[in-house]
Design a binder for this molecule. Structure first.
Ligand SMILES: Cc1ncc(COP(=O)(O)O)c(C=O)c1O
Length: 307
């Protein structure tokens, strides 16, 4: 690792390239950015075993391919090749700490938008990013005055860089008003998700989360937690429309996502959620998630790719 956190290598269209050589012409900044779709993947360092585990890599690469397809780009590099390249890259960058991995696909073009059949260029970048699981971090949230983008406008199901304009507006507003994070309502006035994570609440001992047709990114963490709650923890999970006022009467609430991991929401619009602290169900979920992602708990080995 270089001192300044820049990795030694970046993976570009099938080849590992030194960081300083992985460049693109400045004229591509706008058009490349608008066309781009990406993934955010975490790898967790297990200090006892001295091993790095990439979490849910196959699921992330499947969603990456889905985003490329939905944007009508052509993916010339197979997911198997990307997976091999990604593991080689992380290994070559010699991480011995929690790491964030970002595959990105974009069109190199002078035009905004893309023509059908455009071949996606694919880049993978890596950076250290320490987990905040079990750190005691909590969030105070507000319901945003911005609505979540809709499936027939800018589909949140696509992990498109351009969608994060909507996220940025909501996050900036939340912080300006003294909150840590925002919660979006969708165009039907129902609760959707946060700017960069999905939402789960607890009511009467059940976990409730907005359905995948609520204007959310189909989160891999959300799917992981649903499976763990149902099959391992014995907690009932309901996926359905969620009213705004349910946020004000929930016993517990938390954001979930690769970046957010499990982040308890302890107030919404200044009303405490439950006791105003991380709740017991959230704690159980955080604990099992922490142990699984780091490979401390040997269950679900198919979710961890060893580097
Ligand atoms: C808008 C949005 N929703 C949800 C998520 C969570 O998705 P995942 O669990 O696949 O990381 C993310 C990214 O982390 C996101 O950017």
């Amino acid at each position: 690792m270089a001192d300044n956190m820049d990795p030694k290598y970046v993976w570009v269209d099938g080849k590992m390239r030194p960081w300083n050589e992985a460049t693109i012409h400045m004229s591509q900044v706008g058009t490349g950015g608008v066309s781009s779709v990406f993934e955010g993947i975490r790898a967790y360092w297990n200090a006892d075993r001295k091993k790095l585990y990439v979490f849910r890599l196959d699921a992330h690469l499947e969603r990456f391919a889905q985003s490329i397809r939905l944007m009508r780009m052509t993916q010339k590099t197979s997911n198997a090749e990307i997976k091999r390249g990604l593991v080689e890259l992380v290994r070559a960058n010699e991480y011995k700490e929690d790491t964030y991995i970002r595959p990105l696909a974009f069109i190199e073009s002078a035009l905004f938008g893309s023509a059908p059949g455009d071949v996606a260029r694919i880049v993978i970048n890596t950076t250290p990013w320490a987990s905040r699981l079990k750190s005691g971090k909590v969030n105070h949230a507000c319901v945003s005055s911005w609505s979540r983008i809709a499936d027939n406008v800018m589909p949140p199901r696509v992990k498109a860089s351009a969608n994060y304009l909507n996220s940025r507006l909501a996050s900036e507003e939340a912080r300006r008003n003294g909150y840590d994070s925002a919660l979006f309502l969708n165009s039907n006035g129902k609760v959707s998700e946060g700017p960069g994570a999905c939402l789960m609440i607890v009511r009467a001992g059940k976990l409730i989360t907005p359905s995948v047709t609520s204007g959310i990114l189909e989160s891999i963490t959300r799917e992981t937690l649903i499976e763990l709650c149902r099959n391992v923890l014995g907690i009932e999970v309901v996926e359905r429309e969620m009213d705004r006022t349910e946020l004000y009467v929930a016993q517990e609430a938390f954001m979930c996502g690769t970046g957010a991991e499990i982040t308890p929401i302890v107030s919404v619009d200044r009303l405490p959620v439950g006791t105003g602290e991380m709740g017991p169900i959230t704690k159980r979920i955080e604990s099992i998630y922490h142990d699984l992602v780091r490979g401390i708990d040997p269950q679900c080995p198919e979710w961890r790719t060893e580097v």
